[in-house]
Design a protein around this ligand. Structure first.
Ligand SMILES: C[S@@+](CC[C@H](N)C(=O)[O-])C[C@H]1O[C@@H](n2cnc3c(N)ncnc32)[C@H](O)[C@@H]1O
Length: 185
């Protein structure tokens, strides 16, 4: 993984990337720890050049599958270069996540990860993405969302049970919110 390539994209598209650096290993580890044990199907939105993706793959069982969605083509290309057969990379917009999941044969996910710059999205767009992710998760599944400022917390709490932690060793630091979809009654 190249920090340089990420920085190059950042200089050209600062609002799309919405951060200052790729996720640190501390953040990636924290996100990995928040994934429900035994998760075999994982969705990642805003995968960048793979700082978190690689951590997720390192924990995924050999028969697991990870769908990584990334808007910037140069970053999606870098994700594809990871070359793991469990990983499917889609160059596209997270707003289309339902179609992407269906096209790649995912009926549901055990877990989802988002480091999308949600603060820069319209409220209606955030809500639509959250509704899609909620619908795609299995009952008891978790969305792990990273934000530098936890503006999503009230929106997440409307749909999920949320547990928030803080990772100071990231530039800038991250709030990592584990949002669990209720089990069926
Ligand atoms: C804060 S960066 C996180 C990158 C990577 N996950 C990491 O932690 O290093 C946000 C990523 O979301 C991507 N992104 C922004 N808007 C998107 C959208 N609508 N759909 C898919 N990806 C998007 C950006 O290109 C960027 O790679």
């Amino acid at each position: 993984m190249s920090v340089f390539s990420f920085l190059k994209s950042l200089i050209r598209h600062p609002r799309t990337l919405g951060t200052l650096s790729p996720a640190s290993p501390f953040t990636a580890h924290r996100v990995g720890d928040a994934i429900p044990e035994g998760a075999k199907s994982i969705l990642e939105l805003g995968a960048g050049n793979g700082a978190i993706t690689r951590e997720l793959l390192s924990r995924l069982p050999s028969d697991g599958r990870l769908l990584a969605v990334e808007l910037r083509p140069e970053l999606a290309e870098e994700l594809s270069a990871i070359g793991d057969t469990r990983l499917a990379v889609v160059r596209g917009d997270a707003r289309e996540v339902r179609n992407m999941a269906a096209q790649h044969g995912f009926a549901a996910f055990d877990a989802a990860v988002s480091s999308l710059p949600f603060a820069l999205f319209e409220e209606s767009e955030r809500d639509a993405i959250l509704a899609s992710v909620h619908g795609l998760l299995v009952p008891g599944g978790a969305l792990v969302a990273c934000q530098h400022v936890p503006t999503m917390l009230p929106e997440l709490k409307r749909r999920f049970d949320v547990d928030t932690s803080f990772e100071p060793l990231n530039l800038p630091p991250y709030f990592v919110m584990k949002a669990i979809k209720a089990e069926k009654k």
